[in-house]
Write a protein that binds this ligand. Structure first.
Ligand code: GLU
Length: 424
């Protein structure tokens, strides 16, 4: 080999063609430039503090052993213990988890809760797991990660492919190893120290923010036509909340298909386990086209990357509320902003989930349970405050809502980081 040849280890790990983590970092750098943050501080707040990658041998029901890859990325503890969900999905990889962990840092700062950011996951299709396999997988993930977890270190929660049930198993495993500490995880079942209101919190927050965005444009929420992509926890509770506010949910899709309902879905429709169960009640449509439907408010509430360079020009909704993390990628963001579309960014739109987690965590620590009315009132109030702050910031800096959201959160993280004296 000649002296100038690239070492084999470098050749073995080519840079990914597209990095979700870099997508987040671009927003962080832009906000840092607007705030005139020094370059060395920017480098420090962009980097992930700790990354744990593990192999998880899982005994399948048929007796085989599958070796899966598990992750926990702790992006920042500048403002408090790291916080973020665990995702079970076949597309999960390290870059993805880094991006999602970083988004948690900016999200928790934006809503001003005393947490940093983290994210975990396992590269596995959750639909291919039996209940027993799912339980064994989260227990093994917990055993392997326990040294970096804890109510004042890093607190997991549900995300795509995991549920309250998963968090109950996680809590039980954590207790076996470390003793009784229900604040070690949030999004738990109500019967196991969960908080009434947490399950609906993300979807409720999405609609609260949608209504605030409409109000900022002097539009009433009642009667607006909403399209929702996604029929999981977030999509379903967003539909329920939208209906409560008099909005009309005219279409919904998931992996099983899509339906259109010109008169609007009903609250009972969300009891269906998948959109395919609604085929008998409503007209079917092409799920690939649902984002391009004429409507007032478009809510992507499924995977990231669904609005991209390929379809951005066909999106006609004047308001997009990012219930999913990173649903808009590439130049689509600039393209849509240039066309005057109001985009409420993920770190604001879906922050109701982690805000609800904060309420659950504080209740667990105080060993005191709030009634659901108090949970809802506090959630609504803090989400409204976060929206107003971002909206005012966008006026002050003459920038869009995403840039404003990052200006608020980056400003807060930088301040805490510098106050700790880690950089002088
Ligand atoms: N997985 C949710 C999110 O992406 C909730 C995280 C949490 O509650 O810690 O925001």
């Amino acid at each position: 080999m000649s002296m100038t040849a690239t070492p084999p280890s470098v050749q073995a790990t080519p840079a990914p063609a597209h990095s979700a983590f870099e997508d987040v970092n671009r927003f962080v750098r832009r906000a840092s430039a607007m705030l005139e943050v020094a370059d060395d501080v920017v480098a420090a707040i962009v980097a992930c503090e700790r990354e744990v990658v593990v192999s998880l041998p899982l005994r399948r029901d048929d007796g085989r052993i599958d070796v899966l890859t598990g992750y926990r990325v702790q992006h920042s503890q500048a403002r408090g213990p790291r916080k973020g969900g665990i995702r079970f999905h076949q597309t999960v990889d390290l870059d993805d988890v880094r991006a999602l962990a970083s988004l948690m840092t900016w999200k928790t700062a934006l809503i001003d809760v005393p947490f940093g950011g983290a994210k975990g996951g396992v590269a596995v299709d959750p639909r291919q797991l039996s209940d027993r396999e799912h339980e064994e997988l989260i227990r093994r993930w917990t055993r392997t990660m326990v040294h970096v977890l804890g109510p004042h270190r890093d607190i997991p929660a549900p995300d795509m492919g995991t549920t309250a049930r998963t968090m109950g198993w996680l809590m039980d495993e954590f207790h076996r190893l470390e003793g009784f500490q229900p604040a070690c995880v949030t999004g738990k079942p109500i019967a196991l120290f969960g908080a009434p209101g947490r399950e609906e919190a993300t979807g409720r927050g999405v609609i609260q923010i949608a209504a605030a965005a409409l109000r900022a444009h002097h539009r009433d929420a009642a009667g607006v036509r909403v399209v929702v992509q996604g029929f999981g926890n977030v999509g379903k509770f967003a539909i329920v909340s939208a209906i409560e506010r008099g909005m009309k949910v005219i279409a919904v899709s998931d992996v099983t298909g899509a339906v259109v309902a010109p008169k609007g879905l009903t609250a009972e429709d969300v009891l269906a386990t998948s959109v395919s169960e609604l085929f008998g009640r409503y007209e079917q449509t092409d799920p690939a086209r649902i984002l391009e439907m004429e409507c007032d408010v478009l809510i992507p509430a499924a995977l990231g990357g669904v609005i991209n360079d390929e379809n951005a020009s066909r999106i006609v909704a004047p308001f997009i509320i990012e219930a999913a993390n990173q649903p808009i990628v590439g130049n689509a963001d600039q393209h849509l902003h240039a066309r005057g579309v109001t985009i409420v960014p993920d770190i604001l739109a879906n922050a109701g989930g982690v805000l609800g987690s904060y309420f659950e965590w504080t209740q667990n620590i105080q060993e005191f349970r709030w009634p659901i009315e108090r949970f809802r009132d506090e959630l609504d109030l803090r989400m409204a405050t976060a929206f107003n702050n971002v909206h005012e910031t966008s006026r002050r800096y003459s920038c869009n809502l995403r840039e404003a959201a990052f200006v608020v959160s980056v400003g807060r993280v930088v301040e805490s980081f510098l106050m700790r004296g880690q950089v002088i």
